[in-house]
Write a new protein. Structure first.
Length: 281
């Protein structure tokens, strides 16, 4: 039997490797989390130590595939529909109408929305439902493109399926459930096609400059509960790349308990009822 404990040096090396690639930083208090998530994978591969696994991640011909697996192991994917409802209320009542009104009225107007770090898709689909329910009736000529991205391909597969359990549904208003879900066996909530077809999911690592330059012309970016896991340099880099991805007049919304203070001065901070958003002027 090999000794698969994580030494101090191995922990430092592994967390540096992870933070350089993904932005995610594990403080000392999360050492056990990293160890317990990664160890079964090392055992499965028949490797002898965390050092061997690091070598495998860096030099194996299968390193690309292994990185995908590592991303699945170490990301926290907690999410649900209408998370921090107040923010969605502000988006629906103030932010989206302002963006839409500011668009030129020649031909069809298109709204481009990005759920960055979308996990299993609930955030992106919440926006899609709000669009159908509240925005489309007011602006019938409007089209919407919603893109959900994440580094973890397993959660994106779940997002594409659009089938959810009760846990995700806690804050979905009754009338939305009736209209936009089909309930199977009393416990599976299947999103209807009308909602699903508004959203496209694809893998993007927010720290990957090559992928990030492809993300352009967004009117609204939701980057909620993602940067909390990053170190400060990574936060700064990501916020700057997200800024470049946005249209003038567009808004960035971060998590309810998050702030861009000390990270950037590029945005105008706009205060709404009990929440703030960041506008690219
Ligand atoms: C806690 S979830 C937040 C989901 C949703 N935005 C919300 O607020 O409910 C954070 C997500 O960010 C993703 N993530 C972490 N690092 C990332 C990176 N470098 N690039 C893209 N996504 C990342 C994780 O895989 C995870 O699904």
């Amino acid at each position: 039997m090999w000794n698969l404990t994580l030494s101090d040096e191995e922990f430092f090396e592994l967390r540096n490797f992870i933070s350089q690639l993904t932005g995610i930083f594990f403080p000392d208090s999360k050492r056990y989390f990293v160890e317990s998530r990664v160890r079964p994978r090392i055992e499965f591969l028949g490797l002898k130590s965390f050092t061997d696994y690091l070598m495998y991640l860096k030099f194996s011909p299968l390193r690309k595939e292994e990185l995908e697996i590592l991303f699945r192991l170490i990301t926290i994917n907690e999410t649900y529909f209408f998370r921090d409802e107040l923010q969605f209320k502000v988006i629906e009542e103030a932010i989206l109408p302002e963006i839409i009104e500011s668009k030129p009225r020649n031909g069809f107007r298109t709204l481009r929305i990005w759920s960055a770090g979308c996990s299993t898709g609930e955030e992106a689909y919440t926006i899609a439902m709000i669009f159908l329910e509240k925005i489309k009736p007011r602006f019938p000529d409007l089209k919407v493109e919603i893109i959900g991205t994440d580094i973890n391909t397993a959660v994106l597969e779940i997002a594409k399926r659009g089938i959810y359990k009760q846990y995700s549904m806690r804050y979905v208003p009754e009338d939305y459930i009736r209209k936009y879900f089909k309930i199977l066996n009393g416990e599976e909530f299947h999103l209807v096609e009308e909602v699903k077809k508004l959203v496209r999911f694809t893998q993007v690592n927010l720290m990957d400059k090559f992928q990030m330059v492809m993300m352009r012309n967004f009117d609204l970016v939701l980057l909620r509960n993602v940067l909390i896991y990053f170190d400060e340099n990574a936060r700064r880099e990501v916020v700057s790349m997200v800024y470049d991805s946005m249209n003038r007049g567009g808004y960035l919304v971060v998590g309810y308990s998050e702030t861009l203070r000390n990270l950037t001065k590029a945005f105008k901070v706009v205060y709404f009822d009990k929440t703030v958003a960041y506008k690219k002027e």
